[in-house]
Design a protein around this ligand. Structure first.
Ligand code: 5AD
Ligand code: SF4
Length: 470
């Protein structure tokens, strides 16, 4: 892997990439070229895929859902847990036949998995039908890399080892025209002992506030109603900018932007959630009453080994403080089950936190050993059956709580931002409450993109049903 210095990509370089987009468009000479992108992992990856799609649109490509009719297939990968990686290998393996039938098909893989040298080796040796491999830091260079594949018809592998770059002005083709993701910072400095993200996404680096605000202003003008500010740890936004510009200040400024009606953000590290931010959340009318606050584990002992830098009590105090300021807030979390050395008593602490906090929802994960992280070297790994048993117990406790919280909404009127027809039920429309709960209801096309009032008349663990009221 080539070692690079961290830098903001120059306008000249971005113009050079635009030149390659133009060249590819000319090379395809009006042929109807189609692409398909599969995205694994978090919203940051989804946002990166929107950039790939944006660049491809500039190059004259159109999107297709069908792999068989694609001229370019991209897998944007995740390596946070092993099962995400296995899925990608499975998909790549199953493309061998298609590539044999259609040799001009270009297969590309990018994203977090590619930042691991052993993965690139595996692809180089066992998946020779893959044409293009690139990483998280050189996504902006995709036009040049694709041009090289199309021009030389030979494989291109380009992955950088660096602290990270910031590239602005990459064209973006957004998945949704009501809600938009805006990445405000890249990378992570926390090095939680189980997590691979800091190794594959580089160090924390914040985008300039004026660039972010300008992007959101444009989104407001284009008719977007909701934006989600993204970062591995948004609470440390601005710390690297060398000037006073905190995340709380950014929220306040975003709150002033016309057209935008709802603001969300994720993810917040509990150790960095400041009083200033809680006050900003309380004061800003557009900031939704929802906070994703990963606890990861309930035992202070385990939290220490995880390098999370807070104790169980500090976390509980933080939740109390937030609820005091914003009583109606919904809180969601991430929990890892079976971290190395986790005892039954440690796990009981996790259950205890879940019962005390009463999360609206929890994303629960079985601990997955990630090569290169400190926790992977630990000798006392928890047996799979024990992890599974704990996981099921946790799920049972959390599901009951989620259902009880939802039950309280029965008969209440909530504000829903309507996203469109429901994907699971043709007759229904769907949207979310400010607290991020899914609501399905009998609606119509005119409601899409609007805030409507819905009376809840049916409750489930994961979603609500209701009918519009005046
Ligand atoms: N095993 C299981 N879950 C993990 N996460 C991160 N690393 C691992 C791992 N090695 C979870 C954390 C994080 C979420 C995005 O993924 O809970 O918050
Ligand atoms: Fe991973 Fe911890 Fe950084 Fe989140 S804060 S990305 S869990 S290292």
């Amino acid at each position: 892997m080539e070692r690079r210095e961290c830098k903001v990509v120059s306008q000249e370089e971005m113009a050079r990439q635009a030149g390659f987009m133009h060249l590819i468009k000319e090379k395809n000479a009006g042929a109807l070229m189609k692409y398909n992108i599969s995205t694994f992992g978090c919203q940051m990856n989804e946002n990166d895929s929107e950039r790939l799609a944006g660049m491809l649109t500039e190059m004259g490509y159109t999107h297709t859902d069908k792999l068989e009719e694609s001229d370019l297939i991209i897998y944007n990968t995740c390596c946070v847990r092993e099962n995400a990686e296995l899925k990608v290998y499975g998909h790549l393996g199953s493309l061998k036949g298609l590539k044999r039938e259609k040799p001009e098909l270009v297969i590309a893989v990018c994203g977090c998995m590619m930042q691991q040298p052993e993965v690139v080796e595996e692809i180089r040796n066992k998946y020779k039908h893959v044409d293009l491999v690139f990483g998280t830091h050189n996504l902006y260079k995709f036009p040049e890399l694709l041009y090289s594949v199309l021009d030389t018809r030979s494989n291109v592998i380009d992955v950088w080892d660096c602290d990270g770059v910031i590239a602005e002005d990459i064209p973006t083709r957004r998945e949704n025209d009501i809600k938009a993701w805006v990445t405000i910072m890249y990378g992570c400095n926390n090095f939680c002992s189980y997590c691979i993200v800091p190794y594959v996404r580089g160090r924390e680096r914040s985008r300039r506030p004026e660039v972010i605000l300008n992007e959101i202003k444009q989104l407001g003008e284009q008719g977007f109603k909701e934006i989600t500010l993204l970062g591995q740890n948004v609470n440390s936004y601005g710390k690297d900018l060398g000037e006073e510009f905190s995340f709380a200040k950014l929220l306040r400024e975003v709150n002033e932007i016309e057209g935008i009606e709802r603001i969300r953000f994720m993810t917040s590290h509990p150790k960095d959630l400041s009083d200033e931010l809680i006050t900003a959340m309380r004061d800003c009318d557009k900031v939704c009453e929802h906070l994703h606050l990963p606890i990861q584990a309930g035992s202070t002992e385990v939290l220490k080994k995880m390098n999370r830098k807070y104790t169980k009590d500090q976390y509980l105090e933080l939740v109390e403080k937030i609820r005091k300021e914003i009583p109606e807030i919904s809180i969601t979390t991430d929990i890892i089950v079976g971290f190395p050395g986790e005892t039954d008593e440690d796990f009981d602490e996790t259950i205890d936190v879940v019962k005390k906090v009463r999360y609206d929802m929890a994303y629960t994960f079985l601990y997955s050993k990630r090569t290169g992280t400190p926790a992977a070297k630990s000798g006392n790994q928890v047996p799979e059956e024990v992890k599974k048993q704990r996981f099921d117990r946790l799920l049972e406790v959390q599901n009951k709580i989620s259902r009880e919280i939802n039950d309280k909404l029965l008969g209440q009127v909530v504000e829903v931002l309507v996203e469109g027809p429901s994907k699971t039920n043709e007759k229904m429309y769907t949207g979310r409450t400010r607290t991020n709960k899914i609501v399905n209801f009998q609606g119509n096309e005119e409601m899409v993109g609007k805030l409507v009032r819905i009376k809840i008349d049916k409750v489930q663990t994961w979603s609500l049903e209701g009918s519009p009221v005046q």
